[in-house]
Design a protein around this ligand. Structure first.
Ligand SMILES: [Zn+2]
Length: 186
C-alpha cells in the first residue's frame, strides 16, 4: 500500500517514496512531515488531480472580457475597420454559448466528484448563475447579428457582456472558496 505523508507547515501531501530533503511546496525540512491517511479514495483523488475545472471553466470565461472590449471598439470605430471587429464579435459571440455549456458541464462534474452532491447551497448558486449566463450568452449571440454599422444595438451587446462579466466574477468568487475543499469519505 502507498504511504502518504503531510507537511505540518503547509499541508502539502506527497507519497513518502517521493519525498526528498525538503517540502517541495514550502521548503521546510523533511522532519516537518507526518504520516497521512488519505480521506478520499484514490480514484476520486486522481480525477480531482486532473484539474478539469480551471482548464475547462476559466478558459471559456476569458471570452467574456474580449467580447466586451470588441463591442466597445465596434461602438467607437468607423468603417472600414469597424467591419472587422464586428466580424470578430460575431464569431466570439456565437462560440460563447457552446463553451459556456461545456464549462457548466465540467463544473457540475467537478462538484459531483468533489462534494458527492450538486445540491449544496453554494453549488446550487453556481449552477443557477451559470445557467443564467448561458441564456444571456444566447441573447448576446443573437444581438451580435442584429448590429449594423450605425445602430444602437451595440449598446445592448455592451450591456449583456457587462452582466456576463458580473456573472463570471461571481462564479469565480464563490469558486475561489470551493477549490480547496473536498468532502471526505472514500
Ligand atoms: Zn510544506
Amino acid at each position: 500500500m502507498v504511504q502518504f505523508v503531510k507537511c505540518k507547515v503547509c499541508g502539502y501531501v506527497i507519497k513518502e517514496s517521493k519525498l526528498g530533503d525538503l517540502c517541495p511546496a514550502c521548503g521546510v525540512k523533511k522532519s516537518a512531515f507526518e504520516p497521512y491517511e488519505p480521506t478520499i479514495s484514490e480514484k476520486r483523488m486522481k480525477i480531482l488531480e486532473f484539474h478539469i475545472h480551471p482548464i475547462l471553466v476559466h478558459f471559456p470565461q476569458g471570452f467574456i472580457p474580449f467580447i466586451l472590449g470588441i463591442s466597445i471598439l465596434v461602438a467607437i470605430l468607423n468603417e472600414p475597420i469597424q467591419t472587422y471587429f464586428l466580424m470578430a464579435l460575431r464569431i466570439l459571440s456565437v462560440a460563447l454559448p457552446f463553451v459556456l455549456v461545456a464549462a457548466l458541464s465540467a463544473g457540475i462534474l467537478d462538484g459531483k466528484i468533489r462534494f458527492k452532491s450538486i445540491t449544496t447551497p453554494m453549488l446550487k448558486q453556481k449552477i443557477m448563475v451559470g445557467s443564467t449566463a448561458i441564456i444571456l450568452s444566447i441573447l448576446l449571440a443573437v444581438s451580435a447579428f442584429l448590429i449594423d454599422s450605425n445602430s444602437l444595438e451595440i449598446l445592448w451587446s455592451i450591456t449583456l457582456s457587462l452582466i456576463l462579466l458580473g456573472c463570471s466574477v461571481f462564479l469565480g468568487y464563490v469558486g475561489g472558496h470551493l477549490t480547496c475543499s473536498v468532502r471526505v469519505g472514500k
